[in-house]
Design a protein around this ligand. Sequence first.
Ligand code: SF4
Ligand code: SF4
Length: 269
Amino acid sequence: MAKEKRPKLAVFKFASCDGCQLSLLDCEDELLLVASAVRIANFAEASSAVLRGPYDVSLVEGSITTAHDAERIQKIRKESRVLVTIGACATAGGVQALRNLRDVKEFASIVYARPEYIDTLATSTAIAAHVKVDYELRGCPIDKKQLLEVLSALLAGRKPSIATSSVCEECKKRGNTCVMVAHGTACLGPVTHAGCGALCPTYHRGCYGCFGPAETTNTASLEKALLATGKTHEEIMRLYSTFNVGAPEFDKARREQLVQIRPRESGRG
Ligand code: SF4
Ligand code: SF4
């Protein structure tokens, strides 16, 4: 029997909502092409069939929140030729990284009737904090066009072409009127990584940063513009405290607001 030549694609989940994995299933027009180009070796959202490693490409969704996660990602890395992290949880720790700012035991005691059964780390961290990552796709969830670009580039043996600019540039390309300049609407587009095609400003609302920090950010300059829209330091701090609160650039911007709000408490996170 001829040896199967198609590369093996595996999809793994850590702490996350599954939304980024669903972006792959959301590729309705392209899904059959993807499925015929690769062997799906592990993808719990699509099939119960599991093929053993090694894998040519592994997509990893979710953040590391337990000791077991921290061990499992090491094994996945060893078995993967190329490892791509997908989404805000995998690339920045996700909204669950809010736990990094407080005492996780206190959270557990409030949320769970029997917190002694909860076995968790005190932090939620990005995959890259644990193993080498070859490509990162941002977003909450990721953009399916970027996912297809990465997969087709890897299958063709070329470098993926992923925009490195900010949402503002995508706004310009779409011919959007700037919601901040025209309407005084707060927008994190100037410091947010491109990838969504400026989805929110296109529908006349500000960007809230779900694609995480752009490659170069000037949050000090944006702070002045956000204050001019009427936002307070507390509100600006909250703008940075969502899906990518664990991203270093957003964490820094958030702490800078905290210094303005509570000068003596700013060290507490
Ligand atoms: S609406 Fe937001 S993302 Fe678009 S150009 Fe203005 S500031 Fe930038
Ligand atoms: S505009 Fe901002 S918040 Fe909206 S989808 Fe794009 S990156 Fe996410």
